[in-house]
Design a protein around this ligand. Structure first.
Ligand SMILES: [Zn+2]
Length: 108
């Protein structure tokens, strides 16, 4: 995955397709579940229940697939297996493409 199949640009960046609010919501729900468990089965179960939720959250965060995004046309590519050419988001490159987005280049 080193060339955009839509605009044939080679400027791509990769980021984790994970919503931080989603992770926070899971932790909040987990805390609520832990409170419910400790209320139902006794306070001794609060910490183990919270640990299980934290572990589930960790596994979920690890499973989140990276998403490759094209600077030029903003196309998102999921389920990309070849990340050898992937680089992290670079604001300088994005700035460069922000200009070319309005003025189409003749030779991309
Ligand atoms: Zn593109």
């Amino acid at each position: 995955m080193d060339v955009c199949s839509r605009c044939s640009s080679t400027a791509l960046f990769v980021q984790k397709d994970f919503d931080q609010r989603f992770g926070c919501a899971i932790l909040a729900a987990g805390a609520a579940v832990s409170l419910g468990v400790s209320w139902r089965f006794g306070g001794i179960w609060f910490v183990p229940a919270l640990l299980v939720v934290a572990a589930a959250d960790f596994v979920l965060a690890r499973r989140v697939a990276p998403v490759v995004i094209c600077y030029q046309c903003d196309t998102e590519y999921r389920e990309v297996t070849d990340l050898s050419a992937a680089r992290a988001y670079d604001p300088h490159v994005a700035e460069r493409f922000a200009e070319t987005k309005t003025v189409r280049r003749m030779n991309p």
